[in-house]
Every structure is written in structure tokens, then in C-alpha cells.
Ligand binder design. Structure first.
Ligand SMILES: [Zn+2]
Length: 135
């Protein structure tokens, strides 16, 4: 025991199963295509400029235009999140004591398909573990 420090900050939530189910619903026509491919101009722009190109094809239009873009949410950040524009800026946030959540969003530049892929904790570094003791 005593090795629990930092445990809670390692949990990444994976949305891949949800994505697969959603893609199937769109393909089957149960979800309108315009609901699935509704990325805002800002999101498409962010994906275009700061997104990381994916090898995989878009699940809906099959174009090779998928990008992963990361948004950070947390204290003193805009309600709509802060778009991460470089690996360096993400590292800077990761080193901060505040707890942030980094959402990775997949965006297709061709058809505006977009879906959250994962949510991961970021930051929350403490110089020493919080130990509560009763005297
Ligand atoms: Zn597409």
C-alpha cells in the first residue's frame, strides 16, 4: 500500500465503442447524416490548422481527411474549451497544478463528420501527495 498517489489521474475514457455504434446508426439511416457531419466552421478550421492527420479513412465519406484535434477544459479556460495548437502547449498545461480534461475529437475535413474519441486527465500535478491524517 501507499503507492496510490496519482492513480485517479491516469484514467482515460475511451469513446471508441460509442463511436462505432454511432457510425452504424448513421449508416443504417437511423441518425441523419447532417446530424453526424455537423462540425462547426471553427472546429473544421482548428482541425485543418492544428489537427494531427490520421491514416484511417473517414467512416462516413471514406475520404482520407481525418484529423485529431484536442480541446482542453478546466479552470480559467473558455467554456467551449481551449484548442491545443501544439504538443508544447499541451505539455505546459500538463505540468500545471490545476486539473484539466483533454478531449480528442476526430474531424473529417471533407464531410464535417466529428466525434469525441477520448477524454484524458491533464495537469493536476502536486508537489506532494495529499495525505489526511487524524491526530
Ligand atoms: Zn468524411
Amino acid at each position: 500500500m501507499g503507492k496510490k498517489t496519482g492513480m485517479q489521474s491516469d484514467a482515460t475514457i475511451d469513446f471508441r465503442m460509442l463511436r462505432r455504434t454511432y457510425v452504424e446508426l448513421v449508416r443504417a439511416g437511423d441518425v441523419p447524416r447532417h446530424d453526424a457531419c455537423d462540425a462547426s466552421i471553427d472546429l473544421v478550421r482548428a482541425a485543418h490548422h492544428y489537427g494531427v492527420a490520421r491514416r484511417a479513412a473517414c467512416p462516413l465519406c471514406t475520404a482520407n481527411e481525418l484529423r485529431n484535434v484536442t480541446y482542453l477544459f478546466g479552470p480559467r479556460l473558455p467554456k467551449s474549451g481551449r484548442c491545443i495548437t501544439s504538443a508544447r502547449s499541451l505539455r505546459a498545461f500538463a505540468a500545471r497544478p490545476e486539473q484539466f480534461t483533454a478531449y480528442t475529437v476526430e474531424v473529417c475535413l471533407a464531410c464535417q463528420w466529428n466525434h469525441v474519441l477520448a477524454a484524458a486527465p491533464c495537469g493536476g500535478r502536486r508537489s506532494r501527495p495529499r495525505v489526511r491524517r487524524r491526530a
